[in-house]
Ligand binder design. Structure first.
Ligand code: CTP
Ligand code: CA
Length: 225
């Protein structure tokens, strides 16, 4: 009868999840950001808690209410998110990078509002650190799961990221065109490991998150058996 109840498949497991966009300020009122509601990351945090894990959610700016039992660290920029993750990663068993981290930030951040002048302006930007790759490069590294939102050649690009960043799993997400991805309740992904690509069908993000957490738990336990 115990099997009828939800399996506490991640009890005793410490998980860190990044979620939402990052905001790269240009001046006090403007910035450059990515399209991300935070929904998928928050849904995964909720599902991981339901599976018995202790969850630290490092979140960029979103309009969402975090799961009650999550430890939440709110951040704004990619540099903030990187620092918050590195600060707290050492005792984590699993890291899931869901955040839509800005790849670049403006070189200069003005203390005052930039005034309108010429017809054209140029913003010089510099690359942000890759949070997920830096976590995966640790020794020992936690079990690392990435997300890849791609508009084309989804599986090939996602597999490239799995290999380049030395991840255990990557969830590949087709964005643009269809009714999945940003800001909509449904999502469909393909979960890719070194050995296999498993399509998880289009469904509500909370249902998808539960399925993903079950898959992550299975792979994590296999690796650590
Ligand atoms: N990621 C990260 N830090 C960054 C950029 C990305 O942690 N500075 C993580 C994302 O949270 C995601 C994964 O890396 O889990 C893949 O992000 P994505 O933007 O798809 O890949 P990039 O390596 O940035 O490549 P590109 O944007 O050129 O496709
Ligand atoms: Ca990117």
């Amino acid at each position: 009868i115990g099997k009828l109840f939800k399996t506490e498949s991640l009890s005793g497991t410490q998980i860190m999840i990044t979620a939402g966009p990052t905001w790269e300020a240009l001046d006090p009122v403007r910035g450059i950001t990515n399209h991300s509601s935070g929904m998928m990351g928050y849904a995964l945090a909720q599902a991981a808690i339901e599976a018995g894990a202790q969850v630290t959610l490092v979140s960029g700016p979103t309009a969402l209410t975090p799961p009650e039992r999550a430890k939440v660290v709110n951040v704004v920029s990619a540099l903030d998110m990187h620092a918050a993750v590195m600060q707290d990663i050492q005792d984590k068993h699993i890291f899931i990078g869901v955040a839509a981290v800005a790849d670049y930030r403006p070189v200069d951040q003005q203390g005052q509002k930039i005034k309108k002048s010429q017809d054209e302006m140029t913003i010089t930007m510099v690359k942000n650190p890759d949070i997920l790759a830096d976590v995966a490069a640790r020794n020992p590294a936690p079990f690392c799961v990435g997300f890849a939102a791609e508009t084309n050649d989804v599986e090939a690009y996602a597999r490239g990221k799995l290999e380049r960043k030395k991840l255990d799993l990557i969830a590949a997400n087709h964005v643009g065109g269809e009714q999945t991805g940003f800001g909509v309740p449904d999502n469909a992904i393909t979960l890719i490991s070194a050995e296999a690509a498993t399509p998880l069908p289009k469904q509500n993000k909370y249902a998808l998150a539960r399925q993903l957490i079950a898959e992550i738990a299975k792979h994590y336990q296999t690796k650590n058996a």
